[in-house]
Design a binder for this molecule. Structure first.
Ligand code: TEU
Ligand code: CA
Length: 536
């Protein structure tokens, strides 16, 4: 694999509305992020991914953009964002913005004009004839029963992959594509370092015929022709610039994934696939290992993967893939795994202190539009509200959106006011101040993992091989680079386990327990190091 700086990066995701509130309105904001840049830099990360802060009616927490050139009032001002970028750069941090161009808000001027068929915007969105109450096909949207909403004004349906307030742009129209490229170039001129591209494989639509199973949403993405758009985007925007780009690509396996990120194709640098986040409710280690192996075998050396187990859409990793009972141990194990698997690690705010998910017993405490729409649809369909609630708690997106837990004071030190989404009550035990004071905290462990990546190119460039592919509890793999081998031994289980694959104590480089007996304790994670010429 060719070496390049961006491949060595660790990315820290800042969901600003839940990070730090600077003015007491209960909503995190850009000034809050600026205030905490020293903390972010202290983690050792290289890139900050900022969730969307553009002007937006905020139906889907910023993923419904009304003006790509403006800043949402809740977040702050353009001046704040510029200061954030400059201050981050001064600390050696790059800043990438969310690029949401599959859809806009229905409040965007473009959509208003398209609805009114004025200013040549008639075909900027996807309109279909039909009769009210009979949508053009049987598809589903992510966040609503149908992806089609009737516009009284225009007397037609418009298409939306997400909520009805998020109409999809018509990428077939050259003027739409040009407007997006201009906007991207404008942001690059403002000094940003790249983009996280929201559902970028959805921009190309297939023909709108009925499908056999409307609940398998894969017909929404990854359609032939999507690469023509991405190559055009590359040529018009990205070519010749050292930008960090990561595509959010649901419904994709490694063969198609490589088409997006192969170094020879000039589209994106790396991608998020969803074989874990969308398709595995809890840890299924056999499947997890199979996914890692398959992606490695296909992608490398021409493409680079991304590793994440949680983000603002997906429940915190300790709760979903680890164990709240062994919270500290499992948080460290999952962190160690993410940083030693091939691919770029993404740390979602709060992950580095082992924050956990939440279960609200009152459905009205959930703020997320996806949760609310789905909950209402199911209850209206006659299901028992309590059953609906309990079935939705584990994967609700608000699990990961509760405010960052800074200390044990009022509202976890997140705001002096009332937070927009309830703080997790465990903030009195789990918070940054506590973690800073404890040398054996998850936070200290994450810092050492991130530092290790800077010191050991093997973590980025080493080959990968699984030594125990069929073991349901132990994940044991090796990375190898230029005669050096790291053996990672993970007990992904809440019972003690034994294996002949542990190595002598003197080869131990890192561990999440203070000693290393023969037996592996619950969620024990070790890294051994040896050279190929050495006796194992
Ligand atoms: O998410 C897209 C999206 O819904 C999926 O990729 C998601 O991870 C999963 O499939 C849900 O099960 C992006 C944003 O991350 C999300 O916050 C937005 O709501 C969405 O796009 C629409 O812009
Ligand atoms: Ca605020």
């Amino acid at each position: 694999m060719k070496r390049a700086n961006w491949k060595e990066a660790v990315v820290y995701q800042v969901y600003w509305r839940s990070f730090k509130d600077s003015n007491g309105d209960g909503i995190g904001d850009l000034r809050g992020v600026i205030d905490k840049l020293d903390y972010i830099a202290s983690l050792g990360v290289d890139v900050v991914w900022l969730n969307p802060c553009y002007r937006s009616p905020d139906v889907d927490n910023g993923y419904d953009i009304a003006d790509y050139y403006g800043i949402m009032e809740k977040a702050g001002t353009m001046g704040d964002l510029q200061e954030l970028i400059t201050t981050a750069h001064a600390r050696g941090l790059k800043v990438i913005l969310d690029l949401v161009v599959n859809h806009t808000s229905d409040q965007h001027d473009w959509f208003r004009q398209s609805r009114e068929r004025i200013n040549d915007k008639e075909d900027w969105y996807i309109w279909q004839d039909g009769t009210k109450d009979t949508p053009p096909n049987n598809w589903r949207s992510y966040f609503a029963p149908s992806p089609w909403t009737w516009s009284e004004e225009r007397g037609q349906y418009y298409f939306h992959s997400f909520a009805k307030e998020q109409p999809d742009l018509n990428w077939e129209h050259p003027a739409v594509r040009q407007a997006i490229y201009d906007m991207m170039n404008w942001w690059i001129a403002q000094g940003i370092d790249g983009f996280r591209m929201d559902v970028i494989n959805l921009i190309k639509k297939r023909s709108f015929e009925d499908v056999a199973n409307p609940f398998d949403l894969s017909y929404l993405g990854n359609q032939p022709g999507v690469h023509d758009f991405l190559q055009e985007m590359h040529a018009n925007v990205l070519a010749g610039k050292d930008l960090f780009t990561v595509g959010e690509i649901p419904f994709v396996g490694p063969e198609d994934g490589l088409l997006y990120v192969s170094e020879e194709r000039e589209e994106l640098r790396t991608l998020f696939h969803f074989e874990i986040a969308d398709d595995m409710e809890a840890m299924d280690l056999l499947r997890f290992k199979e996914i890692q192996k398959r992606w490695y075998d296909v992608l490398y050396p021409l493409g680079v993967n991304s590793q994440f187990l949680n983000n603002h859409d997906h429940t915190r990793q300790v709760t979903r893939f680890g164990s709240e009972r062994y919270r500290v141990e499992s948080a460290k194990l999952l962190g160690l795994m993410l940083h030693t698997l091939p691919g770029i690690p993404y740390v979602y705010q709060g992950e580095e202190i082992g924050m956990t998910g939440i279960r609200f017993s009152d459905p009205s405490l959930y703020q997320d539009v996806a949760f609310r729409n789905r909950y209402e649809e199911r209850v209206a369909g006659g299901e028992d509200p309590e059953v609906v609630l309990s079935s939705m708690q584990l994967l609700a997106r608000d699990n990961s959106r509760t405010p960052m837990q800074w200390d044990d004071t009022h509202e976890a030190g997140f705001t002096s006011g009332k937070p927009w989404l309830a703080v997790n009550p465990n903030y009195t035990d789990i918070n940054v101040a506590q973690a800073e004071a404890d040398p054996s905290s998850v936070l200290a462990f994450y810092r050492s993992l991130i530092q290790m990546r800077k010191d050991h190119p093997i973590m980025v460039y080493g080959t990968y091989r699984d030594l125990a592919l069929h073991d349901p509890y132990l994940y044991i793999y090796e990375r190898e680079l230029e005669g050096e081998v790291w053996r990672i031994v993970l007990n992904v289980h809440d019972e003690p386990m034994q294996t002949a694959l542990v190595l002598p104590h003197e080869k131990l480089l890192v561990s999440n327990y203070p000693d290393s007996p023969d037996i592996l304790r619950p969620y024990e994670a070790r890294v051994y190091r040896y050279t190929v010429t050495e006796q194992k």
